[in-house]
Design a protein around this ligand. Sequence first.
Ligand code: UDX
Ligand code: UDX
Length: 479
Amino acid sequence: MSTSKLQIKNIDPLKISNICCIGAGYVGGPTMAVLANYCPNIKINVVDINSERIDKWNGELNELPIFEPGLDLIIKSVRKRNLFFSTDLRGSIKSADMIFISVNTPIKTKGIGAGQASDLSWVESSARQISKFAKGHTIVVEKSTLPVKTAEIIQSILGSYEDLDDEKTEKKTFSVISNPEFLAEGTAIENLKFPDRVLIGGEDQFAVDALKNIYLNWVKEEKIITTNLWSSELSKLIANAFLAQRISSINAVSMICESTGANIKEVSKAVGTDSRIGDKFLDSGPGFGGSCFKKDILNLVYICRSFSLNEVADYWEGVLLINDWQQERVYKTIVKKLYGNLNEKKILILGFAFKANTNDTRNSPSIDICNNLIKEGASLVINDPKVSEKEVFHSLNIYNLKKEQKNITFEKDIVQAANKADAIVILTDWEQYKNLNWEQIYKIMRKPAWVFDTRRVLSIETLKELKLNVWQLGNGSND
Ligand code: UDX
Ligand code: UDX
């Protein structure tokens, strides 16, 4: 969009009074709640095509569609004050000065780039709706993580409004800027309140300043980084790729520890105390999950290959290969320790969310590990403090399994679930799994009983006193 068009409209960057956010998911919901909290004078409409999800956002505080520590309290204070959830896309777009696109961008399942490139259909349809219903000048903010140059697509659709708009009323103008979100699930509210940085990319200084002024309500100016559009889009992909790379690095080392007698906990500490390396994101585990890492790296690989940067693409692809391998080796270890046979064996899975403090199961390592155990003939009992039975069954695609593979149950009571179990596998680092009554649990398990601790949350010495067989990921003193 040209700057002259913007100046004609004379937008005052300080006067954003109405915001619309398309997509009431893990990103859109918490982000807008925190924004509403710090900007009581801005009215925010969060819209979603999923009416069931919207009903939940408007419903009981303990049944919000997503679980995030602290989210319920914020929602309580801002909902219906200046934060509104609805399916009224048309009305919300019409009245907005600024619109955040926060819809999901899954990996394409067919056509060119299938399995790697992002499916931008939701972003495209959001842009079409904005183009159709917006009035006057509108700032469009890319919030979803997107492939580099997506802003160009959005700009092109918005620029075609004259052809798309049925009403053909007044002249409209748009500015597209990028403002990727760096929140991590489970700590979303803290991350949004106290961000390491806020990144805003764009060529239109009016639009960039308008968004910057909103953040200045609670974020210090030196933490707000402004860049060009493409740097902003690329930085988000690269930040996620770096984080994922650290996890694959430490997971690769976890196997070296098991082979050599070293202990990954000690190695992580020794390595992470070097201030140049830092101690964060050095926890080895069953592999990373979540909605972003895999998708963003696949995207990066796709971009690299499209520029014939094959060596660079191979490098990043290695991060995903190690992640798949780590998940696979966890399941193979379980089979091996249980004498290579899981038929007639009961395994209790502790944790189905991809990490603690979220009810999100997208790309959770639990999914592939459970599926492989099911294929081996195990009967599974699954426990998770926040993921619902419905979500577990849906993620495992239970309704399409063969009859003999449907031996899966969900159980909230861990002791009940452990009854006659041959093995317990800890897959998510929930706090409540750290202090279980192992004496009581061991008594009711079938012997020989095994515990597989992929998150290294247990004290191995205490458990061994009980004659419980323990395998701990990355621990070189495993039997
Ligand atoms: C995240 C990030 O925003 C994004 O960067 C990443 O690329 C994918 O995942 P998230 O909020 O976690 O998005 O996704 P999700 O919880 O699935 O929420 C997206 C919401 O958008 C859904 O509720 C969906 O119903 C809604 N949606 C999707 C619309 O309202 N309109 C559409 O056209 C498409
Ligand atoms: C990530 C990024 O951290 C965030 O900045 C971005 O906006 C979205 O993607 P998220 O996926 O919500 O956030 O959670 P994160 O804490 O990054 O964990 C991702 C996965 O890595 C989880 O499965 C987690 O268990 C795993 N992980 C994380 C490890 O295995 N070891 C670690 O040291 C850290």
